[in-house]
Each structure stands twice: as structure tokens, then as C-alpha cells.
Write a protein that binds this ligand. Structure first.
Ligand code: FES
Length: 108
């Protein structure tokens, strides 16, 4: 039986990320963008648009979505899925807040 272990890593505090902004975390060769919404929810997704790998961390956050800065695809932060008529999905990661400390869950 395969068992996945989750490693929770402290990556900073809520105030390290501006509202409707993002901060990037490196995990090996992957860059993970950690987003903070206007109402202080936190989401983590790979910093790579499913269309042509645009840097989602540089996109515009609105509600619980981000608009890619390259060609305006809208990605849902909780699911990583493209919205509307677009198709595609990027990898999501679990995050949790303990007080204002952000923990990122990475499977290994
Ligand atoms: S790379 Fe994101 S919409 Fe094209």
C-alpha cells in the first residue's frame, strides 16, 4: 500500500503577503505561489499557468481567482482549474493558518 506523508512547512506569516497578492516558495525545481485574498484566505498553487506557463504569482487576484498576466486565463485558487470556457488545471497544495503563521503541506 502506498502511503503519502505530508510535510507541513512554515513559510512565513500572513503579513508577509499583501492582500490580493502572492509570494513564491521554491520546492525543488517547482515554484509554488502562495496567494492571500482580500478577505485573508490563503491558497497555494504551482506558479505556472496551465495555458503557457505564465507566472500566476504576477497575476491579478479577484475573489478566490487569479487572472494570468500573459493571456488573461482565470484560475480558481482552491482547485487550480481554469474558469469559464477555458480548460486546464494547475497543481494545488494544502495550506493552513495557525494564528497568522502559514503552513504549506507538501507530499513526499
Ligand atoms: S500563459 Fe496564462 S493565459 Fe496564457
Amino acid at each position: 500500500m502506498n502511503q503519502i506523508s505530508r510535510n507541513w512547512v512554515v513559510i512565513g506569516s500572513l503579513n508577509d503577503i499583501p492582500r490580493q497578492g502572492a509570494r513564491c516558495v521554491e520546492n525543488g525545481a517547482m515554484t509554488i505561489a502562495v496567494f492571500r485574498t482580500h478577505d485573508d484566505r490563503i491558497f497555494a498553487i504551482e506558479d505556472k499557468c496551465p495555458h503557457r506557463n505564465g507566472p500566476l504569482s504576477q497575476g491579478i487576484v479577484h475573489g478566490d481567482c487569479v487572472t494570468c498576466p500573459l493571456h488573461n486565463m482565470v484560475i480558481h485558487l482552491a482547485t487550480g482549474r481554469a474558469q469559464g470556457a477555458d480548460e486546464g488545471e494547475t497543481v494545488t497544495f494544502p495550506v493552513r493558518l495557525e494564528g497568522d503563521i502559514i503552513h504549506l503541506g507538501i507530499d513526499f
